[in-house]
Ligand binder design. Structure first.
Ligand SMILES: [Zn+2]
Length: 505
């Protein structure tokens, strides 16, 4: 966290706003001569009108802190633009325009002028060489660097009526990906304001929703066949909207940054591939993670893993995928069915990122690790249920991925209804023991609905520690229900966890 230094003197010269008494009001003044329409005349007319109405727009009577910028002449009228200044430096983005019609009648003033009472003095300005690093620190991951050069400008912002020396620094950060405008106090280095300049755009793409087995409602003829296309698999593609893209043509956006997307590019943001194309998995990862983050926000969680998570798709030849806490990145493997062809796997891994974000270091105990796996399976199974057009594969996660290694029907990476009981069925393996935990969570979703259950469960994570136990987790769930719903679901929560052998108090 940035440490605040106070280098500037807070005693500053007071600037009295001497306000002019208008000599004439708009209704009574004589029209400005329409004979001449030169820019100079236009500016004289605009100056005169502003001076006469200075009080109304809270301007200085002599307009001494407005710097003339341009006059634009069109057939339909004239536009004079001014920039607010302090000590001959701009007050960023604070401008005034005067619109005059062709005969200089009916002036219109649009004023962004911001009055102030004092000008703050700074005894020592920040060295310009420090600005880029500071700005990158304020917007995200400094270590990732920039994708385009930064720029900086000295001026002022008005902070609570005080004209404050400020640097405007524009940086192009890689993580989160974007172009950011930051306003940094020129003395203290404090961040005053930041704004993402990137315009968000929506694109389109084709995905499995959530995977081809579940959307078809059976395994049927669906086979990996070494990542080849088949008519049956192509038939399961659904067109979706890809939200929040940054407009670069890559799969980079508000909540997801596809790291392997250099090959996945569309200037028109159209990402329509079949599953044999490696770019298909990039689209899958972008769409499903973005959708999950938006779902969390819709539930009211604005601060849970709310960042553009970097995702490395098809980046490992293993039939394995993982979340890496040390880098905050997700990686999906290509062994068997490509892992990112199944939204159940994608959601499971994103579950680890969510928990690590809520409880840094989560899962530093066997039961904590098992809760992590169980939560991922819960997130995957409920996401599959919510997005599937069939009811196939209830209480089962990653039916398509599992065709590579399971001959059950449906094939499941894991199930959420095998009735394991704590501590009797412990196998001392986090994925297996996670089935104890995932079933409790999944039963909550069956009893209260996905939204209520997810809300309680996410809320409960905030209470946990890296070494939390099943019992800690169940107690936190009961507490979260108390805080969110006044304990409305307490009886069902007790019953559900008792069936898993886990007390809630
Ligand atoms: Zn996992």
């Amino acid at each position: 966290m940035f440490k605040r230094h106070k280098l500037w003197s807070t005693v500053a010269a007071a600037i009295a706003l001497t306000l002019a008494v208008p000599t004439a009001m708009a209704e009574t003044e004589a029209p400005i001569s329409a004979e001449q329409k030169q820019p100079a005349d236009t500016k004289v007319a605009a100056d005169r009108y502003l001076k006469e109405h200075a009080k109304q727009y809270q301007l200085k009577a002599d307009l001494s802190d407005l710097k003339y910028v341009t006059t634009i002449q069109t057939d339909a009228g004239h536009y004079v633009r001014y920039q607010q200044i302090v000590n001959n430096a701009p007050v960023f983005n604070r401008q005034v325009t005067v619109t005059l019609d062709r005969s200089f009648h009916n002036p219109l003033v649009i004023s962004g002028y911001e009055p102030y009472t004092t000008v703050q003095q700074v005894s020592q300005l920040l060295p310009p060489g420090d600005l880029k690093a500071k700005a990158l620190q304020f917007v995200g991951d400094q270590a990732q660097g920039e994708w385009a050069p930064s720029s900086e400008e000295y001026g002022y912002t008005i902070q609570k009526g005080v004209a404050t020396p400020t640097y405007r620094v524009v940086v192009h950060s890689k993580a989160p990906y974007g172009a950011w405008e930051t306003y940094i106090h020129a003395g203290s280095g404090e961040l005053l304001r930041k704004r993402n300049l990137n315009q968000r755009v929506n694109g389109t793409g084709k995905v499995f929703l959530p995977n081809p087995v579940e959307s078809q409602g059976s395994v049927g003829n669906l086979k990996d066949n070494n990542d080849q296309d088949s008519p049956e698999l192509t038939k399961q593609l659904k067109s979706v909207t890809l939200q929040g893209l940054d407009g670069s043509g890559y799969l980079r956006g508000q909540y997801v940054y596809i790291n392997s997307a250099a090959k996945t590019y569309s200037a028109a943001n159209q990402f329509n591939y079949t599953r044999s194309n490696d770019s298909f998995e990039d689209v899958m990862a972008y769409y499903h993670i973005d959708t999950l983050q938006r779902y969390l926000q819709q539930l009211g969680f604005k601060n849970v893993n709310n960042r553009a998570i970097k995702v490395n798709v098809n980046a490992s030849p293993d039939d394995n995928s993982y979340y890496q806490p040390s880098t905050g990145e997700l990686t999906f493997g290509t062994g068997g069915v490509d892992d990112a062809e199944d939204a159940g796997v994608i959601a499971h891994e994103y579950g680890h990122a969510i928990q690590d974000n809520q409880v840094p270091g989560f899962g530093d105990s066997h039961e904590g690790g098992s809760m992590g796996e169980g939560f991922g399976d819960f997130l995957g199974a409920t996401y599959e249920d919510a997005t599937s057009s069939t009811s196939f594969g209830k209480a089962c996660v990653a039916e398509w991925d599992a065709t590579s290694y399971s001959s059950s029907n449906p094939p499941c990476l894991r199930r959420l209804d095998v009735n394991k009981v704590y501590p009797r069925d412990l196998q001392n393996e986090v994925h297996a023991d996670g089935e104890i935990w995932s079933q409790g969570l999944y039963d909550m979703a069956q009893a209260f609905g996905r939204d209520v259950a997810t809300k309680i469960i996410i809320q409960a994570h905030f209470s946990l520690t890296p070494t939390a136990t099943f019992k800690d987790g169940a107690k936190a769930i009961k507490q979260a229900d108390l805080q969110l719903y006044g304990g409305q679901h307490a009886g069902d929560i007790d019953r559900i966890w008792k069936a898993r052998g886990i007390p809630t108090s």
